[in-house]
Design a protein around this ligand. Structure first.
Ligand code: WT7
Length: 664
């Protein structure tokens, strides 16, 4: 490093507050600090501005109906269609502009640009096809596909005919697909033959078919998008109820489908996410409030303008991709990028190559990716001209200040604000982050709540804790993008998110408090540092995994008597899965069983849940009442000093396990 570099690093390492770069402020969508007070005083009418970003078929009567908490209704009696908002209304002015820039794995030079006109046409044709197959309003259509253009086409086609979609991440297992289709009574599936990972073709239909065989009701139709090139195909015979995506499009060439008028509260989609129990939660999102929230936050936080090329590197199989690859950006009429591959193939500068080639204005990614970029070294971004970038964002997990600063300097050249956005599948969109043209940034802290959001950090009694002290994150007021319920399970919805801090007998909205199950602390200036989950959910590379789900997969393996799963610190992934396993009598604690356990987890959930370590132990540390002391297992996984173990029924087991982990 040159002297200059050394000085710069030293300065950055010490700097705790960063002002929004002047060049950014000059052009930012939001620059008036007064927005915070204004929204507070004018709540909930402040959200009219978000609704105004959309075209409504029928105007709404009331911004918020809070008469039956926590079943809040937003923009009541308004009607609209999400696909019309994302496509049709842009045709006049932006029909020839790119809606989606799809960048494939470099198998052949086959990147595709979809103009708004072209995307609109495909969506109409596919919507016509879905209708013909019998998909009606409110029928849930499941999608199990990777980052190929047919995915957003199918999503928008569903939105057009009022059929909610339920997208299942392609990396999830066949079992996970079946569980989700069963839970949603979904009779339609859109999937694909296969795709490419680091240059190699991967079978996907096999896995989809296996999933379909686990569906407990009749599946009307499965539509298969064909991504693999000739010769790469795995031999697939389509079943009688299976049809190629391209045939559906071809059979409906030129067809148009009027966008169905949906009530603001009608379900736009379902998204399953992990919770404390083994059963995934079907988070239900609305059409009006959700879309307004996705559009408003895209504009205010990501600073998206129609002429931008915006790049979010998430997968559409997660909520980030729903809100910030598909719905938010397209509602604003911008160009949204969609990248099929991984950041390190064909080389570790792949993302920078894409940013340079497409002159991306924003990049929205995850801390786990940033930590990997850091490890690979600054020489990769330095090979490219990244000067088109104007704003950087992160989401999914806390970002450590060192990674934040690396991102700020080596990707943003100290000229781009970094927005660290805290939110969840359930919140529909961003909740806590700096407004990039208004607020100073403090690396490691997500920032203040967005205007109009009432976030408090409380103790177990619900009393606000002092600044600097750790407590529980709560949201005291509803917001348009919030989940409406858990699909067909209002009771679980209340128990999971509200019961902790609300007076559940009250019908006064003020007595209801949303609990996201995160820990956090707040500074004197209102900046919030999110500390992580406080439930039995671990965050691996920004993906949420339920420890119970993993444990039940493990105890399903022959030879396993009991299992406890915790998250251990991991340099790149943030957290990694540590599995403590007790074998059944007569089974060896050997490599064979260890790989059976790892395979069992992959089969039940998917490779993301793969245990980093499987630790055999004769016992698990338990309290006298028989509860597993997970915190202790976490400390052991992290090699930390152990606190008081005297409350344990079996304190001796701790040192045994410690010796094993250290020996691993
Ligand atoms: C959980 C939600 C939001 C889309 C991706 C994940 C953690 C998310 C941050 C952040 C600290 C964060 C929380 C949250 N999280 N963003 N900026 N700082 N933690 O969605 O799978 O629903 O997970 O991710 O723990 O509860 P999700």
């Amino acid at each position: 490093m040159s002297d200059e570099d050394v000085q710069l690093e030293a300065r950055l390492a010490e700097q705790e507050v960063f002002e929004p770069p002047e060049s950014f402020v000059e052009q930012a969508n939001v620059t008036d600090e007064g927005i915070y007070d204004e929204f507070e005083e004018n709540w909930p009418e402040c959200w009219e501005g978000a609704a105004d970003l959309l075209d409504w078929e029928e105007d709404y009567d009331q911004v918020l109906d809070d008469s039956n908490p926590p079943f809040y209704e937003w923009f009541t009696d308004g009607t609209l269609n999400a696909s019309a908002n994302c496509l049709d209304r842009h045709l006049d002015e932006r029909g020839d502009e790119a809606a989606i820039e799809w960048v494939g794995e470099p198998v052949e030079e086959d990147n595709i640009t979809y103009t708004y006109e072209e995307l609109h046409r495909k969506v109409n044709e596919f919507a016509a096809g879905l209708r013909e197959m019998g998909v009606g309003e409110d029928d849930v259509v499941t999608m199990y596909m990777p980052m190929i253009p047919q995915l957003p086409i199918a999503m928008l086609a569903c939105a057009r005919i009022g059929a909610p979609h339920s997208v299942v991440f392609a990396g999830f297992s066949a079992d996970a697909l079946a569980t989700r289709m069963n839970a949603a009574d979904s009779e339609y599936l859109v999937t694909c033959d296969g795709y490419y990972r680091r240059g190699d073709p991967l079978d996907h239909l096999d896995k989809a078919n296996e999933g379909l065989s686990g569906v407990d009701h009749e599946v009307e139709r499965a539509i298969v998008a064909e991504r693999l090139m000739d010769g790469d195909g795995f031999d697939h015979d389509y079943a009688d109820n299976q049809v190629a995506f391209e045939d559906v499009i071809a059979d409906n060439e030129g067809a148009t489908v009027d966008p169905v008028d949906r009530d603001a509260e009608d379900m736009l989609f379902l998204m399953y996410t992990s919770g404390t129990t083994g059963k995934p939660k079907g988070v239900k999102h609305s059409t009006g409030g959700y879309l307004a929230w996705a559009a408003w936050t895209s504009q205010a936080v990501l600073d998206i303008k129609p002429e931008d090329t915006y790049f979010c590197s998430a997968d559409i199989g997660w909520i980030t991709g729903h809100s910030y690859i598909v719905y938010g950006p397209l509602a604003l009429g911008t160009t949204t990028m969609m990248y099929e591959g991984t950041p390190d193939y064909p080389d570790k500068d792949r993302l920078w190559d894409i940013v340079e080639e497409y002159e991306a204005d924003q990049l929205y990614t995850a801390p786990t990716a940033i930590r990997a970029f850091m490890k690979w070294g600054k020489e990769y971004p330095e090979k490219h001209d990244l000067s088109s970038l104007r704003l950087l964002g992160t989401v999914g997990e806390p970002i450590n200040p060192r990674a934040w600063k690396w991102y700020y300097k080596h990707i943003g050249n100290e000229e781009c604000p970094v927005v660290d956005t805290w939110w969840q599948t359930e919140t529909g969109g961003m909740m806590i982050t700096t407004l990039p043209g208004v607020k100073d940034m403090k690396p490691g802290s997500a920032g203040p709540p967005l205007p109009g959001n009432d976030v408090r950090i409380v103790d177990t009694e619900g009393e606000e804790v002092e600044p600097g002290r750790a407590g529980y994150l709560t949201v005291d007021k509803p917001w348009p993008g919030m989940l409406r319920t858990l699909y067909k399970n209002d009771e679980r919805f209340i128990n999971e998110y509200w019961a902790e801090y609300s007076d559940t007998d009250s019908d006064d909205s003020d007595d209801w408090v949303y609990f996201p199950e995160d820990g956090a602390k707040i500074d004197d200036d209102g900046y919030i540092t999110v500390l992580g989950r406080v439930d039995d959910v671990i965050n691996v590379s920004g993906h949420r995994l339920g420890t119970m789900e993993i444990e039940s997969a493990i105890v399903g393996v022959e030879g396993v008597a009991e299992a406890a799963v915790v998250g251990g610190d991991h340099d790149i992934k943030g957290e990694a899965v540590y599995a403590y396993v007790i074998t059944e009598d007569g089974y060896e604690e050997d490599e064979e069983l260890r790989s059976a356990i790892i395979d069992g987890v992959e089969d039940a959930i998917g490779p993301i849940a793969r245990p980093e370590a499987v630790i055999f132990t004769p016992e698990l540390p338990k309290t006298r009442s028989g509860k597993i002391m997970r915190r202790l297992l976490e400390d052991i996984a992290n090699g930390e000093e152990l606190g008081d173990t005297s409350t344990l029924r079996n304190p001796d087991v701790v040192s045994d396990i410690e010796t094993k982990v250290q020996g691993d």
